[in-house]
Design a protein around this ligand. Structure first.
Ligand SMILES: Cc1cc2nc3c(=O)[nH]c(=O)nc-3n(C[C@H](O)[C@H](O)[C@H](O)COP(=O)(O)OP(=O)(O)OC[C@H]3O[C@@H](n4cnc5c(N)ncnc54)[C@H](O)[C@@H]3O)c2cc1C
Length: 440
């Protein structure tokens, strides 16, 4: 259920084990790079972190090479990236230690390219314009046996029998309600109310307007709960996404939108924005809260059903984790299936939860560093945030620390690597030596 990024990843993995995989989506899935209704976030900046890029490499060999050949910008060097999380502009010297670069297709293009590959897999069928209306289940409710779909337009209903149903219908997914209908407890939810608004616009920049930079990311910081992501796509098209927490939401009128960017982005980027040609109107997206559904804690769950992607965990999008965590969940699904079908939901949810944990903790701690975000700040969170702030401060002038930080924030390494004595020593020394430097 759901043929967006997570549904496509799940289908890729399932096709190795099952003879037939049917992807059902309520949207019409066109072979164009237009955004579609079911994925409103596709109109906003979407970066796939290196952990997600690795997943793409493994699941779809050749895809990344084709994207690059088609002119999609690829970020390989620190000089190509202006990355300023938490008020610290990370060092732009040196080389990235991990060879996985960052690819910057637009979100609709990435999805279309992945879909084209999934469609070609043996036994895979995609049924679009088909809404899943209900689960089918065994009379005693212990097993999900398929889904009932309603075709959009004609309203024709169809029952689709299945050995396994995967709910990848996004953060609004209905699995929790359907579980209750079947007599099961819904999962408990961990929630962090971030109250974020995204406003985005596509622009054409003069070639080379930003020199070598292909991406500019300025995160929110305690004194300024606003941020910006500015991504180069193909053919000198750029996507500017402005972000605001709490009452600091960006406006959607063209003049206000530009003014909002001014105190956030570097001066030369602002100049380039003023000279840029707008290619569409600013469009908004509200994101009230990060939500993690704790399926792994449920004692009773029907056989024949899994929940996947944002339907399990939807992260504050400013950290760009969703698609990469979907790729990590795909790896968890592969591992679980290889070990057999016994107690599949239980084993999958536990394996997925381990993959989600690090990303969730990093997103939640970073959000709690902002006073605008409500929530308890126990001592470990305060200590972690203090350490990360000092690490980023030292990383402003230290390429090695920047590398370590980027590996962790890209979900390539556990944050525990940052606690090794060499790294901690560099953080301490870096802060002792720290000289004033323009922030951002
Ligand atoms: C503003 C914003 C910006 C983001 N930026 C990033 C980023 O930079 N990097 C990143 O990695 N992630 C980002 N994300 C997260 C990313 O979009 C998701 O993690 C990713 O799309 C995977 O989600 P999904 O496939 O689980 O669900 P979705 O993408 O939400 O897709 C759900 C699918 O289910 C279909 N569907 C829903 N209900 C039904 C039904 N009843 N029957 C049939 N079909 C149904 C929908 O049509 C849709 O195709 C962002 C999210 C937001 C909101």
């Amino acid at each position: 259920m759901g043929a967006s990024i997570a549904g496509l990843f799940a289908a890729r993995v399932l096709s190795d084990t099952f003879d037939r995989v049917t992807l059902v989506d309520r949207d019409e899935l066109l072979e164009t790079d237009e955004n579609r209704r079911g994925v409103p976030q596709g109109r906003h900046a979407h970066a796939i972190l290196p952990a997600g890029t690795r997943g793409l490499q493994q699941m779809f060999p050749g895809l990344l090479e084709e994207l690059e050949a088609a002119g999609i910008p690829v970020v390989r060097e620190p000089t190509e990236m202006h990355f300023a999380p938490g008020g610290h502009l990370l060092c732009q010297e040196g080389r990235y230690a991990d060879p996985t670069p960052t690819y910057q297709p637009t979100r609709p293009q990435l999805e279309r390219q992945i879909r084209a590959r999934v469609k070609k897999l043996p036994g895979v069928e995609i049924a679009d314009r088909c809404e899943v209306a209900a689960l089918l289940s065994a009379p005693d409710g212990t097993r999900v046996t398929g889904v009932r779909t309603v075709e959009r337009g004609s309203g024709a209903e169809r029952e689709l029998a299945a050995d396994l149903v995967v709910d990848a219908t996004g953060r609004g997914g209905r699995a929790t309600r359907w579980l209750t209908d079947l007599g099961y407890q819904p999962p408990t939810e961990d929630k962090v109310a971030v109250d974020i608004k995204y406003v985005s616009r596509t622009l054409r920049l003069a070639p080379g307007a930003l020199g070598r930079r292909k991406v500019v990311i300025v995160g929110a910081e305690p004194g300024r709960p606003t941020g910006a992501t500015f991504l180069q796509h193909e053919q000198d098209r750029w996507m500017l996404t402005l972000i605001g927490y709490g009452g600091h939401h960006p406006p959607t009128d063209a003049v206000g939108f530009l003014e909002f960017a001014k105190p956030i982005v570097p001066a030369d980027v602002f100049e380039a924005l003023c000279a840029a040609e707008p290619l569409d109107e600013p469009v908004a997206h509200r994101y009230p809260a990060s939500v993690r559904r704790r399926y792994e804690r449920l004692e009773r769950f029907p056989d024949g059903l899994l929940v996947f992607g944002d339907a399990i965990c939807s992260f504050n999008p400013v950290y760009g984790q969703g698609m990469s965590v979907a790729a990590l969940q795909a790896a968890a699904l592969r591992e679980t299936l290889v070990q057999g079908g016994d107690r599949l939901p239980h084993r999958f949810f536990r394996a997925a939860s381990r993959r989600i944990e690090v990303a969730w903790q990093m997103a939640v701690s970073s959000d709690l560093a902002l006073p605008q975000v409500e929530g308890e700040r126990p001592l470990p969170v305060r200590l972690t945030n203090y350490f990360f702030d000092r690490l980023m401060a030292a990383a402003e002038h230290d390429p090695a620390l920047t590398q370590e930080f980027v590996k962790v924030s890209s979900l390539l390494s556990s944050p525990l690597i940052l606690l090794n004595p060499v790294t901690v020593g560099r953080v301490v020394l870096g802060n002792l030596r720290r000289t004033s430097r323009p922030r951002r």
